[in-house]
Design a protein around this ligand. Structure first.
Ligand SMILES: [Zn+2]
Length: 320
């Protein structure tokens, strides 16, 4: 809690003047994390959002206001400040909902720090040519595309039935671009159905399918089985993270280890990737708390398993 307050106070104090320059000037990361010459072989964080308080230059999507942005900004330099000293040196950015289908802030951040970021963009499935848009964004470094029931205009039980949603899977398979699903277990039957039709499409399930939250809390074996039974799809991947939001939601998050063990056992470390879901992780705990759960506390994993979950799997999907 103390960290939480410190962080919030810090943001409040810096306010709108928390520019890239002021952060860079104060931190050692400028010679390391932001150095385009640096060889990167450290840990990879598979899920981080960035946004800026500059809503003039990067307007918010309809339905969002500045007051919805909490914290008020999370620029890459603020992220580097948290990553410093952890051994994480690459990050997959996830397009933030505040910007709707306009990925420009994320793309600009990726351009600003070559080699550091990969991107997971959001395209409008009902837009004029989503496949062309995915290919255009892939050229800018987006290896994945986030999808969720809200974009499909359907409830989770039927969310992939509209033709434009299924077409995203056809494009993903053809272009070998991943689809990253923000879903709960009620949306899994549709994932199962569409992965059977497009078995070569790389598909990722974010945040451990949000197991042990909402109506799956406390999580039971039956809940876990709904997810792990999908391991028959060889191109289905799981993001292991957002620990601040799951179970008891309290560092060091040890209560989540039995769930993580079952998921990793089902999908193998080759199909699991660690993520923080920053800035939400650092609003609710420390950056290091998330990393430490896998690196230091998951005793059921070998060193090689940990290397796959903390680096190898994400490297293949996002940085190849
Ligand atoms: Zn997120």
């Amino acid at each position: 809690m103390e960290n939480h307050m410190t962080r919030r106070d810090c943001l409040k104090t810096l306010g709108a003047s928390a520019t890239a320059a002021s952060f860079a000037a104060k931190s050692a990361f400028s010679t390391d994390l932001s150095n385009p010459e640096k060889k990167r072989d450290g840990y990879i964080d598979a899920h981080v959002h960035v946004w800026t308080s500059d809503t003039e230059r990067y307007p918010l999507a309809e339905g969002y206001e500045k007051s919805n942005m909490n914290p008020p900004s999370f620029a890459p330099e603020e992220l580097f400040h948290h990553m410093e000293g952890t051994g994480v040196d690459r990050v997959n950015l996830i397009q933030m909902s505040y910007y709707g289908f306009d990925n420009s802030y994320m793309l600009d951040v990726m351009d600003r720090y070559p080699g550091v970021f990969s991107g997971t963009a959001i395209v409008d499935p009902f837009g004029p040519d989503p496949a062309a848009e995915m290919k255009r964004l892939a050229e800018r470094g987006c290896h994945a595309f986030r999808i969720q029931p809200a974009h499909s205009r359907q409830p989770p039980e039927t969310w992939l039935q509209p033709e434009p949603m299924e077409k995203l899977f056809a494009t993903a398979q053809k272009e070998q671009l991943a689809l990253s699903c923000l879903i709960r277990t009620d949306a899994l039957p549709e994932v199962d159905r569409v992965c059977t039709i497009y078995p070569e499409a790389p598909v990722i399930i974010d945040h451990l399918c949000l197991l042990d939250t909402g109506d799956t809390h406390p999580v039971t074996d039956e809940h876990i089985k709904r997810l792990t039974s999908l391991n028959k799809h060889k191109n289905l991947y799981i993001k292991v993270g957002a620990f601040y939001a799951l179970g008891e939601r309290t560092p060091p998050y040890l209560d989540l280890l039995p769930l993580i063990e079952k998921v990793v056992e089902a999908f193998t470390p080759d199909r699991c990737m660690w993520e923080t879901d920053c800035p939400f992780q650092v609003v609710n705990g420390k950056y290091e708390d998330s990393l430490a759960l896998i690196r230091d506390h998951a005793d059921f994993l070998s060193q090689s398993d940990k290397d796959k979950i903390l680096r190898g799997t994400a490297e293949r999907i996002f940085f190849d």
